[in-house]
Design a protein around this ligand. Structure first.
Ligand code: CMP
Length: 138
């Protein structure tokens, strides 16, 4: 039981072949996979997913990057899922990420920071609904 968060393993993980390692870290940290798919976002979909950042200087580059190759979209469940997952992945900017976190280990830049994690329970629901139907959840 517990509550849910949403994550994406970003396109770099496939180019650099560490998607499996990240997924292993996630499940070994006690996050239960409730839904998962490999998919590629169109630029329109990436723009909509990150609409909250529209107008920021990094928006267009982020949209281009996030639609540049496949991503893994995942719904995770754990007690205190949103905050625990944020602690687990580390700071958005890998330069500030703590030792042992996913971003410290696998991020290559602020943009290519290995994974996305929802920042609130409310956004976790919105983001999960963006990718998954009821039938795709277990
Ligand atoms: P993510 O958690 O996916 O949410 C928004 C993404 O924008 C973030 O990770 C980074 O990959 C990217 N990004 C690029 N520049 C910045 C910035 N200056 N501040 C925050 N996010 C940034």
């Amino acid at each position: 039981a517990g509550n849910q968060t949403f994550t994406m393993i970003k396109p770099t993980a496939f180019k650099k072949n560490y998607a499996g390692a990240i997924l292993k870290m996630i499940t070994e940290a006690g996050f239960q996979v409730k839904a998962m798919k490999l998919t590629r976002l169109t630029t329109e979909q990436a723009g909509a997913f990150y609409a909250v950042h529209k107008g920021k200087p990094f928006y267009q580059s982020l949209v281009d990057f996030m639609s540049s190759g496949p991503i893994v979209a995942i719904i995770l469940e754990k007690e205190n899922a949103v905050q625990d997952f944020r602690n687990f992945i580390g700071a958005t900017n890998p330069e500030n990420a703590a030792e042992g976190t996913v971003r410290k280990l696998y991020a290559t830049s602020l943009q290519e920071n290995a994974v996305h994690g929802s920042d609130s329970d409310e956004n976790a629901i919105i983001e999960a609904d963006f990718f998954f139907s009821k039938q795709e959840r277990f």
